[in-house]
Design a protein around this ligand. Structure first.
Ligand SMILES: [Cu+2]
Length: 187
């Protein structure tokens, strides 16, 4: 009886594993790369918001392949009245966020990842909730390279990374897509 149970569990785990990989690659296919001047933007994504939420956040990885420092700011978005680049910091033991004055600096040769708990694109006064499976558009400005319109595919509410299910799921994908580390959480 024990061996039968183990087989069943193994088969179930394998099926889940395959399903999650399929979801990951499907999600990744939507995350296009953008080039503007010497700056590359990869893996843009956003998080879905609960009904009634007035703010949302979007994330991406920005690489400066040029020779001069760049500064990233958000000009506008189709889903929100206000779009800003925010930073998170600990103030008296409390996590706070605030706009990055003058734009987020990306030095030559540097890669900066905007992600949950860190730098993010803040979308304030949302016109409608951000729905998983849809995408939002934002116009980003790089001081020297110019502006670029970026599509951010929307992942689940509370998703820790693009293509991942919401936090607290059975499986979590971590690390870069297409070869990242995989972490399995016990249910
Ligand atoms: Cu913010």
């Amino acid at each position: 009886m024990n061996s039968f149970n183990w087989k069943t569990i193994a088969r179930g785990t394998a099926a889940l594993f395959a399903l999650s990989l399929a979801q990951l690659s499907a999600g990744h296919a939507q995350n296009a790369d953008y080039n503007v001047g010497s700056v590359q933007i990869t893996q843009p994504w956003a998080r879905a918001t609960p009904k009634g939420a007035s703010a949302g956040a979007a994330y991406m990885t920005v690489t400066n392949k040029g020779t001069v420092p760049e500064r990233l700011s958000c000009v506008s978005s189709d889903v929100a009245a206000v779009c800003q680049i925010h930073e998170m910091s600990m103030v008296d033991g409390v996590m706070k966020m605030r706009p990055v004055e003058g734009g987020l600096e990306i030095k030559p040769g540097e890669t900066v990842t905007l992600k949950p708990g860190g730098f993010h694109v803040m979308l304030l006064n949302l016109r409608h909730p951000l729905q998983q499976g849809q995408s939002l558009e934002a116009t980003l400005k790089l001081e020297t390279a110019g502006t670029v319109q970026v599509q951010f595919p929307i992942a689940a509410i509370g998703a820790p990374a693009p293509g991942a299910s919401a936090g607290g799921g059975m499986m979590q994908m971590q690390g870069p897509p297409g070869g990242g580390m995989m972490q399995m959480n016990k249910p």
